[in-house]
Design a protein around this ligand. Structure first.
Ligand SMILES: [Cu+2]
Length: 92
């Protein structure tokens, strides 16, 4: 039982590390445009240092319940030439 639970925990940690690994803070939410301004940490995948910038979101629904000042974790990619948040989770 204990070994099984450790295996689950390790799997969850690995998934978190590969998926929503970038910490960010919400600065502005633009639902109409499907955009969000984030102060984000380093995004190694995109070779991008920490900064504040505007992202598109893959689905405007991802902005539901998101407020300025929220601390979130994101996964971002460059889609159609635009930096896009592909996954987002609140509260780490
Ligand atoms: Cu950036």
């Amino acid at each position: 039982m204990t070994r099984w639970m450790i295996a689950i925990a390790l799997t969850a940690t690995a998934l978190c590390a590969t998926a929503q690994s970038v910490e960010a803070e919400v600065r502005k939410v633009d639902k109409a445009q499907g955009k969000v301004t984030l102060k984000h940490g380093e995004i190694k995948k995109l070779d991008m240092p920490a900064m504040t910038m505007v992202f598109k979101v893959r689905d405007p629904k991802m902005l539901d319940g998101l407020n300025v000042g929220d601390k979130i974790k994101i996964d971002a990619d460059k889609l159609d030439g635009q930096y896009t948040v592909t996954a987002l989770s609140k509260g780490g």
